[in-house]
Ligand binder design. Structure first.
Ligand SMILES: Nc1ncnc2c1ncn2[C@@H]1O[C@H](COP(=O)(O)OP(=O)(O)OP(=O)(O)O)[C@@H](O)[C@H]1O
Length: 227
């Protein structure tokens, strides 16, 4: 479902004399449907960069990034947008929302965008927000003024509102209390059972052990530096 072959990435710092920072070379990996793979490796090894390339936020220098039949490395912007709408979900650590949109709509929106009915989206949003213990009095308010933990739970609810064949998870359990952390682990288990191919960054080692089928050390993709 997700398959990378020989992917490389250099950053060029145009505002610093065009300095070239090689981050990875020859990165190859596969994630099968129903599998959850954790990206591990030291800070700066390139875990976030790899995820951003798969989501199409960063261009890759070489190689192919196949997600559900589309090569993200060569895809047109509209193809990437369609991929994000239909195939590839992404749960980041931080919520980015349009101000004044009520929480319930923020969470239901992916269901509506996929053609689900108004009531179907709302029912899913209510179920998730209740499971994630977000007080019902907050559901009609915009999440912009919520606490960090409340925003994170809205973000997770939105990320799991509909089922995607592939998902990228960036620290989905970071800074959650034990109860909500368990809820998130259950949501990931449900996505796996539904056949999603999941790739994630989990600094929470216990979470990694609980839900991931294997770990992949990104340090192995470090470019060779000429000595
Ligand atoms: N936009 C960017 N421009 C220039 N260099 C970047 C950019 N993004 C990342 N890098 C560099 O790429 C390398 C990998 O960064 P990345 O954030 O992918 O690492 P990571 O493994 O996710 O680290 P951490 O665990 O600390 O989050 C770092 O050396 C970083 O400085």
């Amino acid at each position: 479902m997700i398959a990378l072959s020989d992917v490389s990435k250099d950053f060029v710092l145009h505002n610093q004399g065009g300095a070239v920072i090689p981050v990875m070379a020859g990165a190859s990996l596969e994630v099968a449907p129903g599998e959850c793979v954790a990206l591990v490796g030291n800070s700066g090894a390139g875990k976030s960069t790899l995820m951003r390339m798969i989501y199409g936020n960063y261009l890759c220098g070489a190689g192919s990034i196949m997600v559900g039949g589309l090569d993200v490395a060569r895809a047109a912007p509209r193809e990437v947008i369609a991929l994000r709408r239909e195939v590839l979900g992404y749960v980041s650590q931080f919520l980015r929302v349009v101000p004044r949109v009520p929480t319930l709509d923020v969470v239901a929106e992916p269901v509506w965008a996929a053609g689900g009915s108004r009531s179907e989206g709302e029912a899913r949003a209510r179920d998730l927000l209740a499971r994630l213990n977000l007080p019902e009095r907050l559901w009609s308010l915009s999440p912009t003024t919520f606490s960090g933990g409340e925003q994170q739970r809205v973000n997770i609810a939105r990320g799991f509102a509909r089922s995607f064949p592939a998902m990228l998870l960036d620290e989905p359990t970071a800074s959650l209390d034990a109860t909500n952390r368990e809820v998130v682990l259950d949501l990931i288990r449900e996505a796996k059972a539904g056949g999603a191919a999941i790739l994630g960054i989990f600094h929470d080692e216990a979470a990694r052990e609980a839900i991931c089928d294997r770990e992949l050390d990104v340090s192995g993709f470090a470019p060779r530096v000429a000595s």
